[in-house]
Design a protein around this ligand. Structure first.
Ligand code: MSP
Length: 529
C-alpha cells in the first residue's frame, strides 16, 4: 500500500459565492485527508480557485469591476467558508498566482517545443457557457451544448491545438492497466463510449476572443484555454516549474509511494480523465492514481443553480446548527459516488436521529449511569463478563477494521454507517443488559462491565468519527475524562483502554431540533425564494 497521500478538490470558479454542492466535495476530501493524517500518513490536501476565462471577465464587467478585483472579493467567501467548515487544506492555489502562471506558460512552451501543440484555425460550434467548441454531431440538429444544453453559436478562431491523437492509445492502455483509475467504473465506460470511441478531435488550447487568461509567451494575443490553465493547478501548487526546490513536487507527485487522488464532480470528468492524463503524458510526468467522481447534490426541483434560485448557502446552516451537523450531513446523507437530494426535512432528521438521539443520547445515558452507579468513575476493563459483552466487543473491533477499509477506498458514507451501527448496537446493549436490574440484583461485576463497555464503545465511535466531526469527539472525550495520550487515533486498535477515568456531565452533544421551526428556516435559505 502507498504510504503518502495527495488529495485535491476541483478548483472552483469564483464567478459567484459557493453553495452547498461545492461544500459537499470539499468536506468529503477533508474527511479523507483527516483520516489519513490521523492514521499517521503524510498527506497533502489542496483546494483553490479557477479564476480565468470569459465567464469571469463578463461577470466582473457586469459588476463594474476589474476581473482581478472581482475575483479577489469572491475569494474571501471561499476562504471564509473553508475556515468555518474547518477544512484542513495545506495550500490554496489561485490560477492568478504568479507561481501558477509560470507553470502554465512553461507547460505550454514545452508542448509547443515538443510538437504536441500546433497553430491552426478552429471552426465549430462554440458554447459560451462551457467555453468549449463542439462538433456537428455533438450539438445535434438542435444546436445545443451537450454539456449544459444551452444554444451554441458558430465560431471561427485562430487557435493552438493539442494533438490528442498522439496519446489516445497510451491513454486506453493506461485505463486497462489501472482499472481503478476512474471510479465509479460507469464513468470510465462513459469516457470511452461517449468521447474516445467516436473519435477524439484535437483540443483547442488557446483563445484570442478575450484577454482574461494567461498569455501564451510565444504569441501573446492568445491566452491559454481555461482547462489547460486550471488542470495544471494540481502540479503548480506543488512547485512544478515554478519553484527552485523540487522537494514538495517530488514528495507528493513523482514518488510512486504517494497516492494521488483527484476528487471531482461528474460534470468535469472528461477534462480530468482524458485531457489531464494526456497533458501529463506529454510532459513526461506520472499520472494520478485515481479520479474519484462524486455525484451531484440536487434539490427537490432538480439541479442546483443560481439562476433557478434553488441554491443553498452553507454558511447560515453552519451558523445555526454548528459545523459538525453540516459536515455530518454532507458526509453521511448521500453515498459518495451517487447523486443525492438536499431537503430541509432530511437535514433535520439526520441531525436528530443520528447525532442527537443515537450518539448524543448514548453519551448522556452512559455518563448519568456511571455517575449514579459508580460515583462518576468508569470501572476498569475486566474482559468478557456479561453474556452480551463478547458480541459488542467483537463488533467494536470489526467496526474499526471496516471503517478503515471503507475510508481507504473512499467509501466514506459506508464507513460512517459502520460507526453508527456500533452506536445503535451499543444502545441496544443497554436494553439487553438492563443496568438498573443489575443494580437491583446487586450484580456489581456485571454492572461494572456494562459501564465499561459503554464507555469504550463511545470512545471507539468518537475516535473514528474524528475525521468527520471536529467538535463533538473532543466534547465526548472531555465528558468521559479521556486523557490526552488516549486521544491519539492509534489507541483505537485496542479495545478496553478506558477505565478509571472520572466522567463530567456536560451539555448534550447535539440539541434536538424542532422540525416545525427548522424546516421552514432552512427552506427560507434557498436563494431567491
Ligand atoms: N473550475 C472548474 C474546475 C476546474 S478543476 C481543475 C469548475 N468549477 S465549478 O465551480 O463549476 O465547480 C465544479 C465542481 O463543484 C464539481 O465538479 C463538483 O465537484 C462541485 N459541485 C458543483 N455543484 C455541485 C452540486 N450540486 N453537487 C455536488 N457537487 C457540486 O468546474
Amino acid at each position: 500500500m502507498k504510504n503518502r497521500f495527495y488529495i485535491t478538490t476541483p478548483i472552483y470558479y469564483p464567478s459567484a459565492k459557493l453553495h452547498i454542492g461545492h461544500a459537499y466535495c470539499t468536506t468529503l476530501c477533508d474527511v479523507y485527508a483527516r483520516f489519513r493524517r490521523l492514521q499517521g500518513y503524510e498527506t497533502y490536501f489542496l483546494t483553490g480557485a479557477d479564476e480565468h476565462g470569459l465567464k469571469i471577465e463578463r461577470n466582473a464587467e457586469a459588476a463594474g469591476m476589474t476581473p482581478q478585483a472581482f475575483v479577489d472579493q469572491i475569494i474571501l467567501n471561499f476562504q471564509d467558508l473553508w475556515k468555518r467548515l474547518h477544512i484542513t487544506n495545506d495550500d490554496f492555489i489561485r490560477t492568478t498566482d504568479e507561481r501558477h502562471e509560470k507553470t502554465v506558460q512553461t507547460l505550454f512552451s514545452n508542448m509547443l517545443n515538443r510538437g504536441d501543440i500546433y497553430l491552426g484555425k478552429y471552426e465549430g460550434w462554440y458554447c459560451r457557457h462551457e467555453e468549449a467548441f463542439w462538433t456537428d454531431t455533438q450539438v445535434g440538429n438542435e444546436h445545443l451544448c451537450p454539456e449544459c444544453h444551452r444554444p451554441v453559436e458558430r465560431a471561427e478562431e485562430e487557435t493552438y491545438f493539442f494533438k490528442t491523437s498522439k496519446y489516445v492509445d497510451q491513454l486506453l492502455a493506461f485505463y486497462d492497466q489501472n482499472p481503478n483509475f476512474i471510479t465509479p467504473i460507469s464513468r470510465k465506460n462513459e469516457m470511452i463510449n461517449t468521447f474516445i470511441k467516436p473519435g477524439l478531435a484535437d483540443l483547442s488550447v488557446s483563445r484570442t476572443s478575450f484577454t482574461w487568461g494567461i498569455p501564451v509567451n510565444e504569441n501573446p494575443k492568445h491566452v491559454v484555454y481555461v482547462w489547460l490553465d486550471a488542470l495544471s493547478n494540481y502540479i503548480s501548487a506543488l512547485g512544478y516549474a515554478n519553484e527552485k526546490d523540487p522537494a514538495l513536487f517530488n514528495k507528493f507527485w513523482t514518488d510512486e509511494n504517494t497516492e494521488i487522488i483527484h476528487v471531482i464532480g461528474a460534470d468535469i470528468t472528461r477534462f480530468h480523465a482524458i485531457y489531464w492524463p494526456m497533458f501529463l503524458m506529454s510532459e513526461g510526468l506520472r499520472l494520478p492514481d485515481r479520479e474519484f467522481v462524486h455525484g451531484l447534490l440536487m434539490m427537490k426541483d432538480g439541479k442546483m443553480s443560481k439562476s433557478r434560485g434553488n441554491v443553498i448557502d452553507p454558511l447560515p446552516l453552519i451558523e445555526r446548527y454548528g459545523v459538525d451537523a453540516v459536515r455530518y450531513y454532507l458526509a453521511r446523507e448521500t453515498v459518495f459516488g451517487s447523486d443525492g437530494v438536499f431537503t430541509p426535512e432530511q437535514f433535520v432528521e439526520r441531525t436528530n436521529v443520528d447525532l442527537a438521539n443515537d450518539f448524543g443520547n448514548l453519551l448522556n445515558r452512559t455518563v448519568s449511569m456511571i455517575d449514579k452507579y459508580f460515583g462518576g468513575q468508569i470501572p476498569r476493563y475486566e474482559g468478557i463478563v456479561t453474556v452480551f459483552d463478547e458480541d459488542l466487543e467483537n463488533l467494536a473491533r470489526q467496526t474499526v477494521v471496516d471503517y478503515e477499509n471503507k475510508m481507504a477506498n473512499l467509501e466514506i458514507t459506508d464507513a460512517i454507517m459502520s460507526v453508527f451501527s456500533l452506536v445503535s448496537a451499543t444502545n441496544k446493549y443497554i436494553d439487553n443488559t438492563q443496568p438498573w436490574n443489575l443494580k437491583k440484583a446487586n450484580s456489581e461485576r456485571e454492572l461494572a462491565s456494562v459501564m465499561n463497555h459503554l464507555a469504550n464503545c463511545l470512545y471507539v465511535a468518537a475516535t473514528l468519527l474524528q475525521s468527520v466531526l471536529v467538535e463533538a469527539p473532543k466534547k465526548l472525550f472531555d465528558q468521559l475524562g479521556v486523557e490526552e495520550d488516549l486521544r491519539v487515533y492509534d489507541r483505537v486498535h485496542q479495545f478496553g483502554v478506558l477505565g478509571g477515568q472520572h466522567v463530567h456531565k456536560g451539555d448534550p452533544l447535539f440539541p434536538r431540533l424542532d422540525a416545525t421551526v427548522e424546516v421552514p428556516f432552512i427552506a427560507s435559505l434557498m436563494q431567491g425564494k
